[in-house]
Design a protein around this ligand. Structure first.
Ligand code: ZN
Length: 206
């Protein structure tokens, strides 16, 4: 029998899509969900967290306080599925606030500090399943905040894609329509649109 690469094995699918039961599966791990704006990162995070909740896992969700687009204490995805979440000022707070928690979800992780990957490692070492969702690139197409480090240390990575509003191709860039300076522009729908690589670099000529 040929040996399958890890990502095609049952163990991989078991880790990704089920909520482990029993002492053998108690080791923690890190899952990363990345992509551009409008790619469904938060929806995917919520889908996994809901399943963990149904499986009676103790779930806690964190997001940077800076992301105040929607309700203060809820993670809200664009299709209006929502789960309660705890706003935090630094990633260190996650360690303090996740006692007795089995699954930690982190949304909009690109806005958190560089300590996030160390925090995620510590959580996983304690047996916690850590699911980190965030933008992998900023509006200039550069790696965003702590996300590159998270992607490097994650056990599993899911890159979700949006659709390019210019040509209908698969998109993984967030194109900023506004002339406003600064990476952190909230109220995303007015200021950004998903674009494919080609249309992203064509800029206003796309
Ligand atoms: Zn395009």
């Amino acid at each position: 029998m040929a040996l399958l690469p890890h990502y095609q094995t049952k163990k991989y699918l078991y880790d990704m899509f089920t909520e482990p039961q029993g002492p053998k599966e108690r080791a923690g791990w890190i899952e990363a969900i990345c992509g551009s704006m409008f790619s469904g990162k938060t929806e995917e995070l919520i889908r996994r967290l809901k399943r963990a909740h149904i499986a009676n896992r103790r779930v806690e969700i964190f997001k940077p306080r800076i992301d105040t687009r929607y309700h203060e204490t809820n993670i809200v995805s664009h299709d209006a599925n929502l789960i309660r979440s705890t706003p935090i000022d630094s990633s260190e707070n996650i360690l303090l606030l996740s006692q007795d928690i089995e699954v930690v979800g982190i949304d909009e992780a690109q806005f958190l500090d560089a300590e996030l990957s160390i925090v995620a490692e510590k959580l996983a070492a304690k047996g916690i399943r850590v699911i980190v969702a965030g933008l992998d690139m900023d509006f200039e197409g550069k790696p965003f905040g702590p996300m590159p480090s998270i992607l490097a240390i994650a056990d599993y990575i899911t890159k979700v894609h949006a659709i390019c509003v210019k040509c209908g191709d698969v998109a993984h860039f967030s194109y900023r329509k506004s002339a406003d300076k600064g990476k952190i522009l909230l109220g995303e729908k007015d200021h950004y649109e998903p674009r494919c690589r080609s249309c992203f670099y064509k800029g206003e000529n796309a």
